[in-house]
Design a binder for this molecule. Sequence first.
Ligand SMILES: Nc1ncnc2c1ncn2[C@@H]1O[C@H](COP(=O)(O)OP(=O)(O)OP(=O)(O)O)[C@@H](O)[C@H]1O
Length: 332
Amino acid sequence: MKREEVDMCQIQEWYPKFKSSSFKTQILQLPETFVDYLIDDTGPFVLPALVVDEDALPNRVRNPADEDDFEVSEGSEDDESERFPPPAFPDLEMKVRESIESLGGAVFPKLNWSSPKDAAWISPNGSLRCTSFSEIALLLHSSDSLTHDLCHAYDSCSDKTASRPENFFLALRKWQAALRPEMEFRCFVRTRRLVGISQREVTTFYPVLLERKDELRELMEEFFDGRVKEAFPSENYAFDVYVTKEGWVKIIDFNTWGASTLPLLFSWEELEAEEREAVEMRVVDSRCGVRPGLKTAVPYDYVDTAPGSGWDQFMRKADEELRRQKGESAGA
Ligand SMILES: Nc1ncnc2c1ncn2[C@@H]1O[C@H](COP(=O)(O)OP(=O)(O)OP(=O)(O)O)[C@@H](O)[C@H]1O
């Protein structure tokens, strides 16, 4: 895969083109100091100090040194915060607050490619719904999924020259309270042709999908032909969509072909197989057909057992070790 193909899947790249067919989003460039804060895992975790005055005009910034809240009393539990004073990002904090407000008060945060989905458990509401800068900082800082964006985005590129993009962005997406998981799909595009569509949430059987399969496939094919095919610059990629009650198709995300993208109810071999006549749509078609754990952000290594996968390599090593131990005890 070329770096260019990975870059095209960054939200700050695709969103401006697909704005009218996606969830309303504001994109903020992150200062490098905040990127360093996200990457840094030395010392205890500290939330950023909030410096934007709650009650003041939007551009009033509080000086932490003037505030009682920031005073450190001697010999108290604040010893830690004396050694690790909370960082402050006043400009970013202010922009985040303004964006949240303009998006209706609640947002879904993500970086260039990924959301902190593995960290949802840490937030008070158990989801990625954020209403403040602190909640966003907590989720971003706690997420392992984001390590991919921050340090490994180009690992599968044949022309990798850097481990990270030049700039990182924070995308704040208007929170969608009523998304129905059965109406999310992943569409696979090979040489600019839509070759497969899979139910996104593969841990559940939804009878409605069996009933509406043909109608939904047609909706997504039409959307791809009219809206995506010519507009998205890659040849091979996957994109996730949501079908609304009214039958509108909304883009959630673009993903690379292969690498860290899950093929869900397909395998990459199947998707890469010879030319298909029609777009194949797969849904879980019975209670017995559900796939375990894919939605719970289990690393792909846990579910991919194909030859050469991490699991396969682990099993080989375990097997070798068992044989070695047996050999040793037989020889003893
Ligand atoms: N604006 C939103 N409001 C509420 N939920 C959302 C919103 N955007 C996305 N989601 C939910 O979060 C899930 C993950 O979103 P998204 O694909 O943007 O993140 P990601 O980290 O790139 O995930 P993946 O790697 O699995 O594609 C979506 O499938 C959807 O269920």
